[in-house]
Design a binder for this molecule. Structure first.
Ligand code: TXA
Ligand code: MG
Length: 349
């Protein structure tokens, strides 16, 4: 990671950007319709397309193409039994991929889609083992980022049914929130006809809320921008189940390696020469290297992964993070930061 550095700035159109040895891929700037149509065709042809979403960048492949999906696992170095989220352009296409969709799922979909929420539902025949990791449930999301949405719309216009897309990082690393971070993570593993679409910084910055809707009472498997309070309110004050009642493969259920490479310590002040992350009202300890000073929880989420990446680029050994307290988005931040700091080295996938 990072040894094959690349410049992503100052691109106006399609630029052949990455050329080392036999490697070549394209980075496509965000906003031309022609580029998005080209990327949709690349997906139909079985290529990989990394694209921006409002949460983090995804590494997309045609979800009904076994070989294309296999390449996602190869590029990420991710075990093949970890299920992928399928992205569609609209809730209208949900019943292609899922069956027996309960009412509470439809209520959540109509309130929070397009947006940073993934629903786990009973899968239809279309959702093959190769995309669900052999599970009988499937994860579906309708992203709101305009580039993601038009990519999905164009893909569907030419016969595509859905785009499987995990976060575009190597297994074990934090998710990328810029095109530069995608190239840094997986650029060297992408091939000649693969594409990275540059859509600027992801607005939310942490991955979608995952809600298992297959039981009578839904359960949050991964907290995110759509919070427990928001879900409970939408579902008429229903009390959500806790994840401990589940034994599913979701982020953080495995003990492996993790990124950043620096050791992450929570709620201790940094020593001189160490990295430091806290809300802006908390002063930087003398000699510590401030990696970000968010003013709000939203800013904290938006910046946290790039701050962790910058610690690695600066070859810091240790980062201290003062973790935000409270409910709402703070719950998701604590979830991700606890994973980054866990002494058992729990991974990101
Ligand atoms: O915000 C996001 O969700 C981003 C963007 C690109 O959409 N995607 C993302 O995908 O974070 P990924 O693969 O990095 O994380 C998805 C998580 C994984 O931990 C996976 O195990 C879980 O969702 N997941 C997917 N399908 C599932 C299923 N059928 N049952 C349980 N968990 C599932
Ligand atoms: Mg991931």
């Amino acid at each position: 990671m990072g040894t094959r550095g690349v410049r992503v700035s100052a691109i106006d159109f399609i630029v052949k950007l990455f050329k080392w040895d036999d490697l070549l891929m394209e980075i496509v700037s965000k906003n031309t319709h022609a580029n998005v149509v080209k990327a949709a065709h690349a997906l139909i042809e079985g290529r990989l397309v990394a694209f921006p979403t409002e949460t983090v960048y995804g590494l997309g492949a045609d979800a009904s193409n076994l070989n294309a999906v296999k390449r996602i696992y190869e590029v990420k170095g991710r075990p093949s039994d970890h299920p992928l989220i399928i992205h569609i352009s609209s809730v209208d296409r949900l019943d292609m991929w899922a069956m027996n969709i309960p009412n509470h799922a439809l209520q959540l979909a109509s309130k929070y889609w397009p947006g940073p929420m993934t629903l786990i539902l009973e899968r239809s025949k279309l959702a093959g083992d190769f995309v669900t990791g052999g599970q009988h449930k499937v994860g579906i999301r309708v992203p709101s980022h305009p580039v993601a949405n038009s990519l999905l719309t164009e893909f569907e216009k030419i016969g595509g049914k859905g785009v499987a897309a995990p976060s575009a990082n190597r297994f074990g690393a934090v998710s990328p929130t810029t095109a530069e971070a995608v190239v840094d993570e997986i650029g060297s593993a992408l091939g000649i006809n693969d594409i990275v679409i540059d859509g600027g910084l992801s607005e939310i910055g942490i991955e979608s809320t995952i809600i298992d809707c297959t039981a009578t009472i839904p359960c949050i498997l991964r907290p995110g921008h759509v919070t427990a309070e928001m879900i409970e309110e939408t579902l008429n004050s229903i009390k959500l189940q806790t994840p401990s009642q589940y034994n599913l493969k979701v982020s953080g259920n495995f003990d492996l390696h993790y990124s950043p490479r620096a050791q992450v310590i929570l709620n201790e002040l940094a020593n001189p020469g160490e990295g430091f992350i806290a809300m802006s009202n908390i002063e930087t300890p003398p000699g510590a290297i401030r990696l970000t000073s968010p003013k709000t929880l939203q800013e904290f989420a938006q910046n946290i992964y790039s701050a962790l990446r910058s610690a690695d680029h600066h070859k810091l050994q240790k980062i201290s993070i003062i973790v935000p307290e409270g409910n709402g988005l703070a719950v998701a931040l604590r979830d991700r930061l606890t994973k980054a700091s866990n002494s058992k080295n729990i991974f990101y996938d």
